[in-house]
Ligand binder design. Structure first.
Ligand SMILES: [Zn+2]
Length: 336
């Protein structure tokens, strides 16, 4: 381990098969179909081969189901960290009444604790959705950090692509309007910062890192997608992103998803998803390359470790006010 390298954190949003189907408006999600039994051991083995400990953001509903318990317990047994990814994985949760937000975060926290024996220290909202009210509640509940923001300029484009391939009613589309963030999110900082909340409390924010200056996404699913067009282009793109993060000292919070580890033939129900044309072996090889690249410039840790280090050592943490009303009003009007 080279301690002279700056820290990067790695996390996976453990979105299950049913939550992709539900967001997409596909029938059959109500039985909560799960790929955890095959996915989680595969991810753990891959992480072990690099001797990495990361954060798994778990959806409470999955943790509450007996059939997922074995797979989820393996995460903490292998020394990894867990985060709260809401209970129902509904991107419109942050715009619900405060009591509902609080209830759902708490229900997820309890289910995750029961399944893994570990209480989550951080939260990531589904679909990169967030609100000042949610941050307030997280601070009140003693959360160490939030990780829901995604300061990317391509968020709205991703949403258009998504809707063009979905089977949603007008009402369901309205509910999913802020999926993948809005244009204003593209202007948010890339490096960690402190929210100054309406309650006057503060909360550490660890954004999903996008390319400094350009605000272009480079999480693993995006790299999978790029590599389908051109592996050399993907490699150069990643190279540029990692070197800019290093040069501008933004830190790096790198995001994974289950579909980055699953071949299209393994989950035919999700064949609509970008990147599902790639096979499992190609995806695993790509994961290895990406980890090797990031490890060349950064020391990779889980999000809890990264959050504590940011709070303890990073004097560059700036303060950003979380305004409650404009965002909620914006959501209601449906502007992006
Ligand atoms: Zn998710």
């Amino acid at each position: 381990m080279n301690n002279s390298k700056p820290l990067a954190c790695l996390s996976i949003d453990l979105d299950n098969q049913w939550s992709y189907m539900k967001t997409h408006g596909d029938a059959g999600w109500e039985g909560f179909p799960s790929y955890f039994e095959s996915l989680i051991p595969r991810v753990l083995e891959r992480l072990d081969s690099f001797n990495l400990k990361i954060t798994f953001f778990i959806v409470g509903q999955d943790a509450a189901l007996e059939k997922n318990r074995n797979a989820l317990a393996m995460i903490t047994r292998n020394g990894h960290d867990v985060g709260n990814h809401s209970f129902l994985h509904e991107p419109w949760l942050p715009f619900s009444p405060a009591e509902k937000i609080r209830r759902e975060i708490l229900a997820a926290e309890k289910a995750i604790f029961n399944a893994t024996g570990q209480r989550p220290a951080g939260y990531r909202g589904p679909g990169f959705s967030w609100s000042a009210e949610t941050m307030n509640i997280l601070a009140e509940m003693g959360y160490l950090y939030d990780a829901s923001t995604f300061p990317a300029c391509l968020g709205p484009a991703g949403r258009l692509y998504y809707f063009s391939k979905s089977h949603l009613s007008a009402e369901a589309t309205r509910q999913r309007r802020n999926l993948f963030g809005n244009f204003r999110d593209g202007q948010r900082p890339v490096r960690p910062y402190l929210w100054l909340l309406p309650s006057k409390k503060r909360l550490l924010e660890i954004p999903v890192t996008t390319m400094p200056g350009f605000k272009l996404p480079f999480h693993q699913s995006y790299l999978v997608y790029l590599s389908l067009y051109s592996p050399p282009l993907m490699a150069r793109y990643l190279d540029l992103a990692v070197s800019l993060c290093r040069r501008f000292r933004t830190g790096l919070s790198f995001l994974l998803h289950p579909l980055d580890f699953l071949g299209g033939d393994e989950v035919p129900e999700l064949a609509f998803f970008p990147g599902m044309k790639a096979g499992k072996d190609d995806k695993l090889r790509l994961f290895d390359k990406v980890i090797e690249k990031i490890s060349g410039s950064f020391q990779i840790v889980d999000m809890k470790t990264y959050a504590k280090a940011s709070l303890n050592h990073d004097r560059r943490l700036s303060l950003h006010t979380a305004y409650p009303k404009p965002l909620a009003a914006e959501f209601e009007r449906g502007r992006t």
